[in-house]
Design a protein around this ligand. Structure first.
Ligand code: 0RA
Length: 636
């Protein structure tokens, strides 16, 4: 670093340098982790700042470029970070933003930055601190300015490098390899986030360009969250049109879009200042209250609900609903375990009042849509009552109590759930082999006969009347619905073991759907696995090799002396393996490999399950063709 730069720092500035040192000492405090998530946090930080400019109505184009030199460049056509001297630090505003922790846009009156969002951010300075090189270019006042930094410290003065009639900011940074074990950005991760941000910021165009792999994508949604609803519902059958509300209030901006579908699930996504409030909060509470109230009021007024009929419950009016609630406010309070719950009480009343008023107006103006919505809700109410009765019968009969383990379950002898495994096996014959081949100390076997019910198309009462599902639920021990309790899980690992053919894949998907929809914590906490039986057995004389893929088979062939005389057996089903072989290849923890099922992202997983299990056929076909092998791998 140049001496003159160092010398000119005032007392305050020295403190500033210490500030960024703290970021390098404990990066986790600022960006959570230094794994892939933390690495991408750097990108979100810069993009969020550009989005703030867009929310202020000052920016309409953002380009994120991943360069071959490992850098990420974020370009926007906002106002450009100010370059005039900042009174407190004596340095330019640009340098202050890049080197002062939490300086961000909070300039107060003198900086003139109306803080519309971005308050969640840790600040551009954190990105700078964690980058081996940062270059900031600002287009402002008819000029182009440039300054370069390394690990949070300026290495050049702020220079004027040209003229322009445009405005905007370009930040290019290379994540510091001393800070991040992995420094390669992931195109898909960035693309997904950019899609979401583009939906949430109506009218902004966000482009992602990957120079490393020659890929690019552009997002632009004139309809904002209305387009988001269309996207979320694209594989579902919708009921009526999308309701859309966008209102500026003294408390902030409230934007709501919703649409009913004929599915049984509810999907409500909430955001505050473009941050996904996973734990909900005041805006969600206000929305839910208003939804129930408005629908009941309309149904009563128009005699769709008869006098003697009970009100629709909050659950009834949310069945099959896809909704997005996005609020923007000046001083968001994020609470909860993961700081993703909006705490501002004024937002509850703001959302509740606006939605009450505008949704009533919508229902009055669109009586046909109103009828569609309400008949869906009434259907949900009738089903709820029927399902409750069915469930009570089931529970009364003790069918789900641990006492009556299914007869076909071959349980293990260990009662320590942290060590045990349950193999759910397709078919009786494979079940037989598995029962003989297993280590009965810790491995239990549950054979399933034929197909299980597609839970996507059924409600709880029907689901519980399906014998295969009932056996599975009883074997798991955790109960279902309101009786679900993960503490009662009887096995640490639940392993789906099906044949390597289309039927096997179908059964696996049906089981995954069951787990995802009704036992989500089991998926989230990594209890669900997919067994990997071999596809081939190669033999010659006394030598036997198993291959788990076509590539492996080709590799394995090379190990034999006389390649033309190798006996290759292709396993069509688990049943073709004898118990010893099944143990050795698929069940022995010393030698097997399994896939752990991970839910990367609830929204994406949900789409996947909808695509695979929903009623619409074409998207399902496309998905299976393109993603057939992309399950997370974990060898155990
Ligand atoms: C401080 C004040 C102003 C804008 C910004 C920062 C700003 C920061 C970033 C980071 C990436 N892109 C950005 N664009 C703008 C307000 C400027 C004014 O009032 O003219």
């Amino acid at each position: 670093m140049a001496d003159d730069v160092k010398k000119s720092y005032g007392a305050e500035q020295i403190q500033v340098l210490e500030g960024l040192e703290a970021v390098r000492k404990r990066p986790g405090m600022y960006i959570g982790t230094t794994d892939m998530e933390g690495l991408h946090h750097l990108v979100w930080e810069i993009v969020d700042n550009a989005i703030d400019e867009a929310m202020a109505g000052e920016c309409s184009n953002i380009v994120v470029t991943l360069n071959s030199d490992g850098s990420c460049m974020v370009e926007d056509d906002g106002r450009g970070i100010p370059v005039d001297t900042h009174k407190k630090t004596g340095r330019s505003a640009l340098e202050t933003v890049l080197t002062v922790l939490h300086a961000g846009g909070k300039f107060g009156a003198e900086g003139g930055y109306k803080v519309s969002g971005g308050l969640h951010g840790v600040g551009v300075s954190v990105v700078n601190a964690l980058s081996s090189k940062t270059v900031a270019e600002v287009r402002r006042n008819g000029k182009i300015y440039r300054q370069e930094y390394s690990r949070g410290k300026p290495v050049t003065e702020l220079e004027e490098v040209g003229k322009t009639d445009e405005t905007g900011t370009t930040i290019t940074f290379i994540p510091d390899a001393d800070m991040f074990p992995i420094t390669e950005f992931d195109y898909e991760t960035i693309k997904n986030r950019m899609r979401q941000q583009a939906y949430l910021t109506k009218g902004v165009s966000i482009k992602i360009v990957d120079k490393r792999f020659d890929k690019k994508y552009k997002f632009y949604f004139e309809g904002g969250i209305k387009s988001y609803i269309q996207h979320l519902n694209k594989n579902k059958e919708s009921l009526g049109r999308i309701v859309y509300i966008d209102k500026d209030l003294p408390e902030g901006n409230v934007e709501i879009a919703l649409q009913y579908t004929n599915s049984y699930q509810e999907h409500i996504f909430t955001f505050a200042n473009n941050i996904h409030t996973v734990e909900g909060g005041m805006h969600l509470t206000g929305f839910k209250a208003a939804l129930t109230r408005t629908i009941n009021a309309y149904a009563r007024k128009n005699s769709i609900l008869k006098e003697k009929e009970a009100n629709l419950t909050a659950e009834d009016v949310r069945e099959g609903l896809t909704a997005i609630i996005s609020v923007k406010l000046t001083d968001p309070q994020f609470e909860g375990q993961t700081k993703s719950k909006l705490g501002n009480a004024e937002m509850r009343t703001a959302v509740e009042n606006v939605f009450n008023e505008q949704f009533s107006e919508f229902l009055n103006e669109h009586p046909n849509d109103a009828k569609l919505f309400i008949s869906k809700c009434s259907l949900a109410a009738r089903a709820r009552i029927a399902a409750k009765a069915a469930r009570e019968t089931v529970i009364r009969k003790g069918v789900l109590e641990g006492m009556t383990l299914p007869g076909k379950l071959a349980d293990c002898s260990s009662k320590d759930p942290s060590k045990t495994e349950l193999y759910i096996v397709e078919g009786d014959s494979a079940g037989g082999s598995a029962k003989q081949g297993r280590d009965r100390e810790f491995q239990a076997i549950l054979p399933l006969r034929g197909k299980i019910l597609n839970v996507e198309h059924s409600r709880m009462d029907r689901i519980l009347s399906n014998n295969e599902i009932k056996s599975t639920v009883i074997a798991l021990g955790v109960g279902i619905g309101e009786t679900f309790n993960i503490e009662k899980l009887r096995y640490n690992r639940i392993v789906i073991m099906t044949d390597a053919d289309v039927d096997g894949a179908h059964i696996r998907t049906l089981l995954l759907t069951l787990f995802y929809r009704y036992f989500k914590p089991l998926v989230e906490q990594g209890h669900i696995y997919i067994a990997q039986p071999p596809l081939y057995k190669l033999g010659q004389g006394k030598k036997t090799v198993y291959a788990y893929s076509d590539e492996e088979k080709e590799e394995a062939l090379k190990e034999f002396k006389d390649v033309s005389k190798v006996n290759i057996q292709r396993y069509k089903g688990l049943g073709e393996m004898n118990p010893d072989q099944l143990w050795e290849t698929t069940m022995n923890p010393e030698t097997r490999s399994m896939l752990r099922v991970a839910v990367e992202d609830a929204e994406r997983a949900d789409q996947v399950f909808d695509t695979l299990m929903g009623t619409e056929v074409p998207p399902r076909k496309k998905f299976i063709q393109t993603h057939a092998k992309s399950v997370k791998n974990l060898d155990i």
